[in-house]
Write a protein that binds this ligand. Structure first.
Ligand code: MN3
Length: 248
């Protein structure tokens, strides 16, 4: 079962097991398991043939209007997310070369920093797009129960998540995650994509509060953007992520 450490390594980047099993690189290393892997949605496949790839949005660019405008979605997905994919691949290649003995080992730290930033950016954006849908919704079932257990009520959860997002200094994220030690939901912040985090957390709902995510429409009014985001949360996607995290 030497495939397990590699699967876990990629899961820390937030890429689902199903997506990994669908990749030819890992499929060749992973023995067939009895459980039938569910085909991941195309919008969740962030890794193919040994490379990070930019998955398509799970909806049209204007689907989240008026909460998030079409132009912001184009710039954010097609340029910003794409640059994390591109630069993440440069880091993967450089680290692979160092592993193979042909790269410059004195740059190991540099490339690890590049992978942490760009790989985390890629993972978080892939979750972010899928965390949203036109019309939003409300949590049900196990997710609703976990939110109630963790935060008292849906209303209090929304308030805490919004205030956490508002309080991120500079560029970063608000993250609702399943924390595997206490086995409950926790809200945390990430600075940039990879700092001020809690390594035991599996993100299930993430909110990008970098200025590139909202400045065109909301300028400096981050709180208004956060309020609008709350109206387009795809709680079915959040619930599916929580179920996967809890079953690990
Ligand atoms: Mn972003």
């Amino acid at each position: 079962m030497n495939s397990i450490p590699r699967r876990e390594a990629f899961q820390t980047l937030g890429l689902g097991a199903a997506a990994l099993l669908a990749s030819p690189l890992l499929a060749s290393a992973a023995p067939e398991t009895k459980s039938s892997a569910v085909d991941p949605k195309e919008s969740e496949i962030g890794f193919k043939e040994g490379k990070f790839v930019l998955p398509p949005l799970p909806y049209e660019y204007d689907a989240l209007e008026p909460a998030i405008d079409q132009q912001t979605m184009h710039l954010h997905h097609d340029l910003h997310h794409a640059s994390y994919v591109k630069n993440g691949n440069l880091a993967l290649d450089a680290l692979a070369a160092i592993s193979a003995g042909s790269g410059d080992a004195t740059l190991t730290g540099h490339w690890n920093n590049e992978l942490a930033f760009n790989g985390s950016g890629h993972a978080l954006h892939t979750i972010f797009w899928n965390n949203m849908k036109k019309g939003g919704g409300a949590p049900a079932g196990a997710l609703a129960e976990a939110i109630k257990a963790g935060f008292g009520s849906q209303e209090h959860f929304e308030k805490l998540f919004a205030s956490t997002a508002a309080a991120v200094q500079g560029s970063g994220w608000a993250i609702l995650g399943y924390e595997g030690i206490s086995k409950r939901l926790q809200i945390i912040q990430a600075e940039k994509h990879q700092n001020q985090t809690f390594q035991g957390i599996t993100p299930v709902l993430v909110l990008d509060v970098w200025e590139h995510a909202y400045y065109l429409k909301y300028q400096n009014k981050r709180a208004d953007y956060v309020k609008a985001f709350m109206t387009v949360i795809n709680y079915d996607d959040v619930a599916a992520r929580l179920a996967r995290a809890m079953s690990k």
